[in-house]
Design a protein around this ligand. Structure first.
Ligand SMILES: *[C@@H]1O[C@H](CO)[C@@H](O)[C@H](O)[C@H]1NC(C)=O
Ligand SMILES: *[C@@H]1O[C@H](CO)[C@@H](O)[C@H](O)[C@H]1NC(C)=O
Ligand SMILES: *[C@@H]1O[C@H](CO)[C@@H](O)[C@H](O)[C@H]1NC(C)=O
Length: 315
């Protein structure tokens, strides 16, 4: 279990191995529920949300800085067009489904999860397109056999209709086998290029004036970083504690190096936190002015890996 958790955390960030690119489309019938849009969709790349759409705003919103940049370029239109095509091809109509399930009224949901996976080691890829109704599997596309299958009798009419539309099936197969994987790879390149320029932001943090001083480096990529505390130019102070390098949600990393020192000691000596990353050095001299002692601030900046399994939480 513990190993699985570690793997899960690292996979959000390390761009190696299996990659996933998934859009989840949700539709809720009737506009009677205040505040919930009738239609919404979210696209996620390797666990990170990259765009968002809903029927209230009627616009695709980029969710990462590198996606915003992409959204101002020429390819954005192309991306929106293919998305709309795929999303409009073979969509379930809730009203018709309600009839098939003998439901006269009530709130019902239709969810569709589609996209592709690609393994950058083996170059294997596959596409998927799964439709659910009220939280149950309703119908799904077998991209290789190129036909829709359904686990419920109510899905047969839809499956037959869709299976008879050869042109749409071929369009979707082309999308899941090729276009989808190409977009996935393209977005990975954009994400990587954005990460490559990230350098550490370094700050000194302290909960209150008698607590240890933390030298906190965050937002850097790749993960290789060296942090040292120098006392009067020497790396000989022993009351220190170097934390692990941990991933941030956006693919960058952070690390904390804690210095246990009392205020009299650090006022008599010069303590400097030195952070080295990709050949660049950042130094901060320990002084009252440099310390951010806002408790809340650094707590907010801490990221935990939380995994939940059978009601148990592991951090
Ligand atoms: C769904 O089907 C109903 C009943 O046939 C029809 O009135 C409605 O316009 C359809 N909705 C969409 C979005 O196609
Ligand atoms: C990976 O697979 C794709 C699609 O099948 C193919 O076009 C491409 O040439 C392959 N790349 C490598 C490096 O084998
Ligand atoms: C759906 O698929 C067909 C292929 O039959 C394609 O020509 C069409 O443009 C697609 N999009 C929509 C919105 O129907």
């Amino acid at each position: 279990m513990a190993q699985y958790v570690v793997f899960n955390c690292v996979c959000l960030v390390v761009c190696s191995g299996r990659h996933t690119f998934t859009t989840t489309y949700t539709e809720i019938n009737g506009q009677m529920i205040a505040g919930i849009p009738e239609i919404s969709s979210v696209t996620v790349l390797d666990g990170q949300q990259i765009d968002y759409y809903d029927s209230e705003i009627k616009k695709l919103i980029p969710r990462q800085d590198w996606m915003k940049e992409f959204a101002s370029g020429d390819k954005w239109k192309e991306y929106i067009e293919i998305r709309e095509q795929v999303q409009q091809n073979n969509t379930i109509n809730i009203t018709i489904l309600m009839e098939q399930f003998n439901q006269l009224h009530g709130v019902h949901t239709y969810q569709r999860m589609y996209g592709c996976e690609w393994d950058d080691q083996t170059n294997d890829s596959y596409g998927f397109d799964q439709h659910g109704y009220d939280g149950e599997d309703f119908i799904s596309l077998d991209v290789n056999q190129l036909r829709y299958i359904t686990p419920v009798p109510q899905g047969l009419i839809t499956a037959n209709t869709w299976n008879n539309d050869r042109a749409q099936l071929e369009f979707l197969q082309q999308y899941y086998r090729h276009d989808c994987v190409n977009w996935l790879k393209y977005f990975l390149t954009l994400k990587k290029a954005d990460l490559e320029i990230r350098v550490p932001e370094v700050s000194l943090l302290q909960e209150d004036s008698s607590s240890p001083v933390m030298c906190h480096a965050t937002g850097f990529y790749p993960s290789g970083v060296t942090i040292t505390w120098l006392r009067n130019g020497q790396d000989d102070y022993e009351d220190v504690d170097l934390g692990e390098t941990v991933p941030n949600e956006d693919g960058t990393f952070q690390k904390i190096f804690t210095l246990y020192v009392n205020p009299e000691e650090w006022k008599k000596n010069q303590f400097v936190c030195v952070v080295e990353h990709k050949g660049k050095t950042i130094r901060i001299i320990l002084s009252e002015d440099e310390i951010k002692s806002n408790k809340r601030r650094w707590k907010m900046n801490q990221y935990f890996c939380v995994a939940e399994h059978k009601g148990k939480t592991i951090q």
